[in-house]
Design a protein. Structure first.
Length: 96
């Protein structure tokens, strides 16, 4: 019985070393995956910042007015040149 215990103990040591090595490899693989995902996340954040900045530039009032005047030949009307027509009794509330 004493000899059997010695054999079991002798076999357990390499098994435990194998498990420790496997866990170390798994930890390293997971660590590499986390690093890769963090780099991807940083790239997406930088891309989003560039896109938001682009939207701000493209939607600026000065740019839109320049395109309207120079490229489309539009002229801004003064408020007194605008005629508003209001038709009473034609709204959604008056469908009864």
């Amino acid at each position: 019985m004493k000899r059997f215990s010695l054999y079991v103990f002798a076999l357990t040591i390499p098994l435990m070393l194998g498990v420790a090595a496997w866990q170390s490899l798994r930890y390293t693989a997971l660590e590499n995956e986390i690093t890769r995902l963090e780099e991807t996340q940083k790239e997406w954040i930088d891309s989003n910042k560039r896109l938001i900045a682009g939207i701000a530039v493209l939607s600026s009032a000065e740019r839109i007015e320049h395109i309207a005047r120079e490229e489309l030949g539009l002229v801004k009307k003064e408020p007194e040149e605008v005629l508003q027509i209001r038709i009473e009794g034609r709204g959604r509330d008056d469908r009864r």
